[in-house]
Ligand binder design. Structure first.
Ligand code: UDP
Ligand code: MG
Length: 314
């Protein structure tokens, strides 16, 4: 098997037929065998019946259908662990990742210089302005506080060699943030820029809040900086309170004991209480992640597939 394409699909009934046609037209000219691994991430529409039909007509089609919606990260993981190709790529079903780039990407890998070809959009056209603004700030932030490079505008669309895919599968963490994982495993990566393409049909599965949560998860998964912020806050407050203590003792000795300062006391209590809760919240985030990791729950559960030896639970 030369090439495996992994396509996570969540409610993609409108675009799937177009996607299938365009990819098949591109791969017809490929020398060597390929497989299209569609991962149905618990769609509520007719996605799975379309996949069944495609699989019955074309032996290149493999589908893995989850028992519920596990998220795109789990879908990609399922695809990686069930792929056989020497080269493996992840693609969105909505044709935002142009299949026409595949031949060029394959050529770059076959030259032997690189282990992976990643794509980066050079524009965010067609995206709400606020969303782009927050996305930019997120990339600035995560790159300044994490050792792992997370490239702005990087898509999950990338072609990788088997070695890199095996490395990714070996990272079996429960809280997955692929943009970080791809960077973390290393390997020589070629960045291929292209202009943003808008979704062909159907609608985006990412609301603003879902994206914000994903961004926070990404930061917590790939950086310990928030924890140090909490301890710096703690040290700063200790220093402040020590100075205030000295001030109060000196004032007591010089001016006696005037019964005043109720307002300032309350202010200090509320302020410190707030910071304590904030820092505990940060720690709580890490503890929650640790808790989920320690349960070692499977990343996905496959309810239906046409692949005989599929790893159904992992
Ligand atoms: N997707 C998925 N599970 C989810 C959400 C999305 O498998 O819970 C898939 C979706 O079907 C698509 C890809 O992930 O193939 C990217 O989703 P989308 O196009 O909605 O995101 P956007 O391009 O707007 O960031
Ligand atoms: Mg999309």
């Amino acid at each position: 098997m030369k090439l495996s394409l992994i396509i996570p699909c969540y409610n993609e009934q409108e675009v799937l037929p177009y996607f299938y046609k365009e990819v098949t037209d591109t791969l017809k000219f490929l020398s060597g065998d390929y497989e299209l691994i569609f991962v149905n991430d618990g769609s509520k529409d007719k996605t799975v019946s379309i996949l069944r039909k495609l699989a019955s007509e074309d032996t290149h089609v493999v589908y893995l259908s989850f028992s519920r919606n596990f998220g795109k990260e789990a879908a990609m993981y399922a695809g990686f662990s069930n792929s056989q190709g020497e080269y493996v790529a992840v693609m969105d079903a909505d044709l935002q990742d142009p299949p026409s780039l595949l031949p060029q990407m394959l050529e770059i890998l076959e030259s032997g210089e690189y282990d992976s070809v990643a794509t980066r959009r050079t524009s965010r056209e067609g995206e709400p302005v606020i969303r782009s603004w927050f996305a930019r700030r997120f990339y600035q932030l995560i790159n300044s506080i994490s050792d792992t490079d997370v490239v702005d505008g990087a898509r999950d669309f990338r072609l990788m060699k088997r070695e890199m895919v095996d490395a990714i599968v070996s990272m079996s963490e429960y809280n997955r943030f692929s943009k970080g994982i791809f960077g973390w495993v290393g390997f020589r990566t070629y960045w291929l820029p292209y202009k943003n393409v808008e979704r062909m049909a159907g609608e985006t599965k990412w609301s603003f809040w879902k994206l914000l949560k994903y961004a926070i998860d990404g930061i917590i998964n790939f950086s310990q900086a928030p924890l140090s912020i909490a301890s710096w806050f703690g040290m700063f407050m200790t220093a402040c309170s020590f100075m205030i203590l000295v001030f109060i003792i000196v004032r007591r000795m010089v001016f006696g004991d005037p019964v005043a300062g109720w307002a300032s006391t309350i202010c200090v209590i509320i302020f410190i209480g707030g910071i304590q809760l904030f820092c505990m919240g940060i720690m709580g985030q890490y503890i929650a992640k640790t808790y989920m990791e320690s349960k070692r729950r499977p990343h996905f559960i496959i309810a239906e597939t046409n692949k005989e030896n599929a790893e159904k639970i992992k």
